[in-house]
Structures are given as C-alpha cells and as structure tokens.
Design a protein around this ligand. Structure first.
Ligand SMILES: *Cc1c(COP(=O)(O)O)cnc(C)c1O
Length: 429
C-alpha cells in the first residue's frame, strides 16, 4: 500500500482499520466524479481527527455555557475571522453541521412558519432543502418554485438556464419573504445581481445557497454573492475542499438571529474539531494556489464537457461554467437510464451519480441524466487532457455495458490513470 495519511488511522480496532484501508483503496484507485465531493488536505483531516472532538462548547466565543473553552474560543474566532475575510462578509457562523442545517437555520432565523419562499425546482436543479415534499422545510414553510427555460438547439441562445422572467413573475404573484438562489445540479454560473433586483422589486430577502460553488467563489472563478445577498449559506466540503460541514455568512443586522437559530435553535454543542478543520480550509482557500486550482476545475469541466459531447452525450444547458457537467443520456443511447449508467460506471471504477434533468420523463430513482464533477480529480492533478481520456473511458464502458470483459478493461485503464494521480501522494495546496 502507498504511504498515506492512512498510517495515522491505524487503530486498535481491526475491523474499522480494515474498512478504512478498503475505503482508502477505493478513493485512490478509482475515479471520483461526484460533483459534491473532494479530497480534503492532510491538514484538514488532521484537525478533523484532533482532540477537539472531546470538548463541549455550547454557545459562541466569549459566551459559552461550559468551562474550559479558552482555546476553543480562539479556534472558533480564528475560523470566523478567516471566513469573513475570505468572502468579505460582515458576520460568519461556522457551527452548522452541514449545508442542510445551515439552510434550515436561516429559514428559522428569517421566517415565520407558513411564510412563502421562492426557490429553484428540485427537478430543475434545486436542493432538497429548497422545499422538497420529503424535507421538513416544505412542511413548515410555503415553497413556490421557479425553473429553467426550455431546451434550445440554437447554440447562440442556450436553453435550460435559470428563467429570470419566471422568477420575476412568481415573485410578483406570490410576494415571497425570501428568495433563494443556488442549485445542486446546474452547470451554469449563477449571477446574484438579477436575483437581488427581483428581491428588491418585491421587498424579499435574498439567500444565496452556494453549497456547490463556494470554492469557486473563494478562488475568484465565480462572482461573489456576498455584496448582493442578505445571507449566504454553503457547505465546506464540496469545491471549498474542507471538512464535511456548513457555514453561514450574513449582513450584520441578521447576525444575532442567525446565531440563535443555529444554537440553540437547531443544534446542540458545536463540532469544534470540524470548526478547526474549517479554519484550516479557509486559510488554504485564501492562498493564490487555490485560485489556480479553481480556475483549473472550470477549465477541466469545459474540456470534459466538450469531450463528452464529441462522444455523443448532450450537456444540459448546452455547456458548463462551473465544476460540473449534467448529461442527458438519451442522446447517447435512448435506452440508457441514469440508474444503469451509474451502476455500469461503478463497475468500471468511475464513481458518478444519476440525476434528474429538466422535465425528465423518468422518476428521480431511475432518471435520464448523470451528473459528473471535476473538483475532486482536479485536486488529484488531472488536467484537461486527462479529463478527455476519462470521457472516452466513460463512453467505452457505457457503449459496451453488456460486455463484462470490456468493463474490466476500462476498470484496469482507470486504475492505471489513478496510479499517476493519487491525491495524497503529493498533495498540493
Ligand atoms: C449539498 C447541498 C446542500 C446540503 O449540504 P449537506 O452538507 O449535504 O447537508 C444544500 N444546498 C445545496 C444547493 C447543495 O448542493
């Protein structure tokens, strides 16, 4: 086995150690193309695995309910300070355990039960916490959903992009208290300015859910929503490449309400080991090398999308401007579902996720789409040329999906590629 951060995870629990070894092997010998995943740095993982997991610190720096928080206060203050400077925000809350918790805390802070929220349709790219019937959010608040424009086959007029006429019409008709910008399966840049304009027309607050693109914003590859939005939520583990977790930025006037909604509103004691790891990640994201990384993510997905297109796949919205490509598989093969594609690619050592595409005739469990992302493998060092190779490997596996020998050959080719691009062999930050 490669010398790895794994050396630090050898425990006296043989079963868990063996499972960690298997997962190390899976992550480093197969391709990780889940758009919401990344490889956190050894420094981030060291902080996550630190003694801070032992400490209870309900409350906020300087206002804790338990003793012994002198050092923890400095850690959380450092994380908040680094985060405010990274995005130029008035206020930062680094305690949310996840992106979902961050979103629900914002709703709790800014809304009363029953208030109307305008957010993106789930089947057009929105997130579960944007009012899915399966989410508690839809039971407490009244969600109205905007969508994307119809598909266009004219390259000069891209279709399947956020329909701002629809956003404006719904905003005027429903007078939401909060408008949410941000998506989970949308490959285009999301411009915060038109959302602000519409929010101002109807007197709504604006929340930008930048869960996916927080890293691209921090690196300067995407526009910063902080000057436009009242609140910005995000996850720290997607393009931002930190530990698994969430965070909230806001204008000063909402600081108190947001802090109280996170604790004691939603959560108990904060995960200070995760907060220390967030501080490490925020510092990493402020370095010039991180901007180079996020520009490379975007360049890689453009190259990946072009290569997939030449293999016969159709990109939803006709292109990509971020870290992901959303594929409509029907063009490649009318019989191929997202579920089957994901399963075939898993067997070939390529990890992806099926995804609904706008107006998908298939169910969310089956789907006609596949979502792939470049953030993780860009960390591992893949460039545009390698992503073109990955596109060819994907097409080969899917074309020959009935042939086990062909799938095995793709798996071997994937393993060969991964040997040259182990994210932890030479971690660059
Ligand atoms: C991933 C995501 C979330 C939720 O993050 P979790 O950490 O999985 O809870 C929220 N909003 C959007 C847009 C996301 O993509």
């Amino acid at each position: 086995m490669t010398s790895s951060p794994l050396d630090r995870w050898i425990t006296n629990d043989d079963e868990v150690t063996a499972l960690l070894a298997r997962e190390w092997d899976r992550q480093t010998s197969t391709l990780q193309l889940i758009a919401s995943e990344n490889f956190a740095s050894p420094a981030v993982m060291a902080a996550t695995g630190s003694i801070l997991t032992n400490k209870y610190s309900e409350g906020y720096p300087g206002r804790r309910y338990y003793g012994g928080n002198q050092v923890v206060d400095e850690i959380e203050e450092l994380a908040r300070h680094r985060l405010r400077s990274l995005f130029g925000a008035d206020h930062a809350n680094v305690q949310p355990h996840s992106g979902a918790n961050a979103n629900v805390a914002v709703y709790q802070a800014l809304l009363n039960p029953g208030d109307t929220v305008l957010a993106m349709r789930l089947d057009h790219g929105g997130h579960l916490t944007h009012g899915s019937p399966a989410s508690i959010t839809s039971k407490i608040w009244n969600f109205v959903s905007y969508g994307v424009t119809p598909r266009s086959d004219d390259p000069a007029v891209p279709g399947e992009v956020i329909d701002f006429d629809n956003v404006r019409d719904l905003a005027h008709a429903h007078r939401p208290k909060l408008i949410i910008a941000g998506a989970t399966a949308y490959a285009r840049r999301i411009d915060p300015a038109p959302f602000r304009e519409i929010a101002d027309e109807v007197g709504a607050l604006l929340m930008f859910d930048s869960a996916h693109v927080a890293g691209l914003i921090a690196g300067g590859s995407h526009p910063n929503p902080v000057p436009y939005a009242d609140v910005v939520t995000f996850t720290t583990h997607k393009t931002l490449r930190g530990p698994r977790g969430g965070a909230i930025l806001s204008r000063e006037e909402f600081a108190k309400k947001i802090d109280s909604a996170v604790f004691p509103g939603q959560q108990g004691g904060p995960l200070e080991h995760a907060i220390a790891a967030k501080a490490v990640a925020f510092k990493e994201a402020s370095l010039p090398s991180f901007s180079k990384y996020t520009d490379q993510i975007v360049a890689n997905s453009r190259a990946f999308g072009a290569a997939l297109t030449s293999e016969g796949f159709r990109m939803v919205s006709g292109g990509t401007e971020n870290h992901m490509v959303l594929l409509d598989l029907r063009e490649f093969d009318a019989e191929l579902t997202g579920k089957e594609a994901q399963e075939v690619l898993d067997r070939a050592g390529i990890t992806t996720n099926r995804n609904q595409i706008p107006d998908d005739p298939r169910s969310p469990f089956i789907t006609s789409g596949l979502r792939v992302g470049t953030a993780a493998e860009t960390t591992a060092g893949l460039g545009e040329q390698e992503f073109a190779t990955v596109a060819a490997l994907m097409a080969r596996a899917l074309r020959h999906r009935a042939d086990d020998g062909a799938i095995d050959q793709v798996h071997r080719d994937v393993a060969t590629l991964c040997r040259d691009f182990n994210p932890y062999a030479n971690f660059l930050i």
